[in-house]
Design a protein around this ligand. Structure first.
Ligand SMILES: *Cc1c(COP(=O)(O)O)cnc(C)c1O
Length: 494
């Protein structure tokens, strides 16, 4: 079955996966969605015999149907190699009542590596397949983790340039250091005065800036996106849901066909949307538990059917989830309104103009798989402490948001279905908040704090952190939102 991709906002001609990856998003401001969701035919017990790369191939070939097997295998082999610090790529750890799927063993110790280590391969392969011959310019807004993971993926990749904008005061100290120490002539990192939503909105405007796009075209360049709106990000994320399931099967925790729950710490709704697609592709999943921090727009949405972004933006200890406009939710909205682009466009217009929209009862009825929850800052810190005291396991604040939401869901619902919690970052990436939650002295310099955390958690300091010690600052530009376009032109030499 050939899977094609079309816009959530209009009935324009569907295009191949490689074209959708190359373009990033359609010109009408929508997002690409598959015209049909393929269903996996291989039994889970067969996938359980495969390694991560094997499972990745079986899942991704169903979604990226215009890539040849050879092309896809080359992408997978290039991405999931010893950049990851374990051959399991995404190990599953039992802690208390739940299984934590550790998605942070890649080069930048956050789950974005799962997709961003393969995206450059998918994109350069797509450029070759489609004979575009143009230089690809990646423009990215980041709440912290995407930036470094995208930089790590694209730095030094021939035929590409990458530019990252981050909220100057909205990322952790380690996150900022990771980004501004990036080497590579094709990279540029810029802090902006504003929050993540400001950065993301401005980047979207730049993508759709006619004048800029034409200037670039004349210079032989084209924009693409490494944000989670690119289906080249979404597709690799579907893989680890299958992987987690098949590991539980292999270990005899579940029987073939038995349903499990997933709990996902959520910001832009990309990760949990991948779980939703995995379910539609035939993975036995019951509940998708969507965990938010104090920016609980999604919790309110699942509870009431109203999406309302008109509220205060709260800076939390889980900054990668400090988001009020969850871009990928648009794809879910499109599907639950019966794949109707007109209705979807109308909702997005309401959001854009009035800051809110209300879905219909019919649409709400289709959300019964989703459970919304949120954790306050106190609950997040309490979860880090409680897990450590009970089992010696140290988790990062994003993961702790999910852990806390899951604990309360399990108590309130009595649902004891086997549950996997996505562990989206290494505790070392957010060591200040983690050590504070554990009641430790946090006045030490970053790297000494990491050593201390290493002793407490009984795991070595990841290379991504120890390497920062001698790294030189390569990027120091800070600008206002309205200066971003000029910065892009300067970087591209236009
Ligand atoms: C990006 C990120 C999230 C949120 O993922 P979404 O796909 O945006 O919902 C959660 N935790 C960490 C550590 C992240 O980097």
């Amino acid at each position: 079955m050939q899977v094609l991709y079309k816009s959530t906002r209009s009935n324009s001609q569907p295009i191949t996966a490689s074209k959708a990856i190359l373009r990033g998003f359609p010109a009408d401001g929508g997002l690409y969605v598959p015209t049909q969701v393929p269903v996996i035919e291989k039994p889970m017990s067969e996938l359980a015999q495969m390694d991560y790369q094997g499972v990745a191939f079986e899942v991704m070939r169903l979604l990226l149907t215009d890539y040849t097997d050879e092309e896809l295998l080359a992408c997978i082999r290039g991405a999931y190699d010893d950049k990851f610090d374990t051959p399991q790529i995404a190990p599953l750890k039992k802690v208390g009542d739940a299984y934590y799927l550790e998605l942070f063993h890649g080069p930048t110790i956050a789950f974005k590596d799962m997709a961003l280590s393969i995206l450059p391969y998918l994109m350069t392969t797509a450029a070759k397949k489609n004979g575009s011959g143009k230089e690809i310019v990646i423009l990215t807004a980041t709440s912290g983790d995407t930036g470094k993971a995208a930089l790590a993926g694209f730095a030094g990749v021939p035929g590409t340039k990458i530019m990252v904008f981050y909220p100057k005061n909205g990322v952790s100290a380690i996150q900022e250091r990771q980004m501004v120490t990036t080497v590579g002539d094709n990279t540029r990192v810029i802090g902006i005065r504003g929050n993540f939503d400001d950065a993301q909105t401005s980047v979207k405007q730049l993508f759709n800036d006619r004048e800029l796009v034409e200037e670039m075209d004349r210079a032989g360049m084209q924009f693409s996106s490494a944000n989670s709106i690119n289906i080249g990000r979404l597709t690799p994320q579907v893989v680890y849901y299958f992987y987690a399931y098949t590991r539980l099967l292999k270990d005899g925790v579940i029987r073939e066909g038995e349903k499990i729950n997933f709990t996902v710490p959520t910001g832009n709704f990309g990760n949990i949307l991948a779980a939703y697609y995995a379910k539609r592709m035939g993975l036995p999943v019951d509940k998708l538990i969507c965990a938010s921090n104090s920016n609980k727009v999604l919790y309110d949405f699942f509870g009431t059917g109203t999406y309302d972004r008109k509220r205060e933006f709260i800076l939390t200890t889980s900054p990668s989830m400090d988001i009020l406009i969850s871009s990928n939710l648009e794809r879910l909205i499109y599907h639950i309104c019966g794949d109707d682009p007109d209705q979807c466009r109308a909702f997005m217009q309401e959001l854009n103009e009035g800051g809110e929209y209300h879905i219909t009862d019919d649409m709400r009825a289709q959300l019964s798989d989703f459970v919304g929850g949120f954790a306050t800052e106190e609950e997040t810190a309490a979860q880090i402490r409680a897990a450590y005291e009970a089992s010696g396991y140290v988790m990062d604040p994003h993961t702790a948001v999910a852990g806390s939401v899951y604990t309360r869901y399990r108590e309130a619902s009595g649902d004891s279905t086997v549950t996997v919690i996505d562990s989206t970052a290494s505790p070392f990436k957010f060591e200040g908040s983690v050590m504070k939650a554990l009641g430790q002295d946090t006045s030490l310099p970053d790297l000494e704090l990491a050593e201390k955390l290493s002793e407490i958690a009984g795991v070595p300091v990841p290379k991504a952190v120890s390497d920062l010690k001698d790294a030189k600052v390569m990027h120091d530009i800070v600008c206002d939102r309205d200066e971003m376009k000029e910065e892009v032109r300067r970087f591209l030499g236009l």
